[in-house]
Design a protein around this ligand. Structure first.
Ligand code: PHE
Length: 449
């Protein structure tokens, strides 16, 4: 059977769908809030520009060359005598680790869509806290049911393969997401809060930046671009060879960044307009937004429903891309059928996800913890701060040093302007490895800035 391939626009939207996720609309606004706004955004943008784009193009290149699952693609791309690089492909398992908690958060979003449609979104801050806390700490069955729905949706799409499943879903959900965000942002422009939001996000106050903020900003740049878990290797394995890797990476970086910034401006316009404070952490979207919107009456209820739907769309297209690398791996390397691979992988992260749900409950929190961290937080920390940066480092070293220059040049040199090509290699060889190393040492307290 001929290999299924994405259309050009299908590949850009699928890769953008992978990148644009909960990271952009849920996480970016709240960590920006915690770390004080503009300066944090500036560090994030600089990282995206200097390291993120290069790693993204590098990761796509491995799939473009290999044309298979992440492990096989590294193996094929590696020169003779260096086939051990295939082990870098095992970064694909980070996707399953992320899915254990990512799918749980999508489940929370489903619950909020349900609340919005039944007119039951909380209207004051006390009940908003109670609603969120009940869902996360004392209603594991509800949370598990919504988590299961998210698992089933993703499995359903993946069962239908690259074109009929992944491409088609992204062709519908991504434009819908962008339209919704644009609409909400246009609506928010009427508020005084809009100018405050712009000021908060784009006027850096450098006194607010510390080493922790830098680490988080760098880590977030990786997470949001989906770097270091083999997603882009796996997707690019099915891209057309007539398409340019650099152009695709450019579009994905641009869309991902624009959508994060737009979501940030939109959310903060609402938040500042109604006098809420930005530094509230992960509950920002779940606790603050409903309360803020309640002040707009019926319009607010509609906005709430639409907003959570957009959030679900963003999350689901990323969830698909987090699971596909493992699905593809077992299909290619172990000759499993797609149905078998989807079923086994989905079941696996579903079960660990239930552990993550229980780790937030009062009743079982003690059992489901690792050290002093609830399993949920341990899973999140391990991916954000360890697995993704390691995956990124592997990409940088592989494309920067191990991949024979002749082959690399033959594949993609003609796709970029000479200065860009040189800058790209410089970033992969020096800026990215040093940046990642610095971030990891800082993270573990070995060095402090
Ligand atoms: N980039 C996605 C987000 O911002 C998360 C993700 C990470 C998806 C790694 C795929 C691979 O939510």
């Amino acid at each position: 059977m001929a290999k299924e391939r994405f259309s050009r626009i299908g590949f850009i939207l699928a890769a953008a769908g992978a990148a644009v996720g909960l990271g952009n609309i849920w996480k970016f606004p709240y960590i920006t809030g915690i770390y004080g706004g503009g300066a944090f955004v500036a560090v994030y943008l600089i990282t995206v520009l200097l390291i993120g784009f290069s790693l993204l193009a590098g990761e796509m290149l491995v799939g473009y060359k290999g044309g298979k699952d992440a492990v096989s693609s590294f193996e094929i791309a590696a020169p003779e005598g260096k086939k051990g690089w295939k082990f870098a492909g095992f970064m694909l398992f980070s996707g399953l680790v992320i899915m254990t908690f990512y799918s749980v958060v999508i489940g929370w979003i489903f619950h909020y869509i349900y609340l919005a449609f039944t007119g039951a979104l909380p209207t004051d801050i006390e009940s908003a806290k109670a609603t969120f806390d009940t869902l996360t700490s004392s209603a594991p069955l509800t949370a598990t049911a919504w988590h299961l729905l998210s698992v089933l949706f993703v499995a359903f799409v993946l069962l239908r393969g690259i074109k009929g499943g992944i491409e088609k879903t992204n062709l519908i959900l991504m434009p819908a997401l962008m339209l919704i965000l644009a609409g909400l942002t246009l609506y928010a422009m009427r508020f005084d809060g809009f100018t405050k939001a712009l000021h908060f996000l784009f006027a850096p106050d450098w006194s607010k930046i510390n080493s922790e903020a830098i680490v988080r900003a760098v880590g977030h740049a990786f997470f949001t671009l989906s770097i270091g878990i083999g997603t882009m290797v796996t997707y690019a394995a099915s891209m057309s060879h007539k398409q340019s890797v650099f152009k695709a990476a450019f579009w994905v970086t641009l869309l991902d960044t624009l959508i994060a910034l737009t979501a940030g401006v939109m959310l903060y316009s609402f938040i500042f307009q109604f006098g809420e404070n930005p530094g509230q952490g992960p509950g920002l979207v779940f606790k603050t937004m409903p309360v803020v919107l309640a002040q707009l009456g019926t319009t607010g209820a509609v906005i709430g429903a639409v907003f959570f739907i957009a959030l679900a769309f963003a999350g689901l297209t990323s969830a698909i891309s987090l699971t596909e690398p493992a699905v593809e791996y077992f299909i290619q390397r172990f000759h499993w059928s797609r149905a078998k691979s989807v079923t086994i992988n989905s079941t696996l992260y579903f079960i660990v996800g239930v552990g993550a749900i229980l780790s937030y409950t009062k009743a079982y929190g003690d059992i489901f913890s690792i050290g002093s961290k609830p399993l949920f937080d341990a899973l999140e920390f391990s991916t954000d701060s360890i697995l993704l940066p390691l995956g990124g480092l592997a990409i940088a070293l592989f494309v920067g040093y191990a991949l024979p220059a002749k082959e690399r040049d033959a594949l993609v040199k003609h796709q970029a302007a000479p200065w860009l090509y040189r800058a790209w290699l410089f970033s992969l060889r020096y800026i990215a490895p040093l940046g990642i190393l610095f971030m990891m040492l800082n993270n573990f307290g070995i060095i402090k800035v």
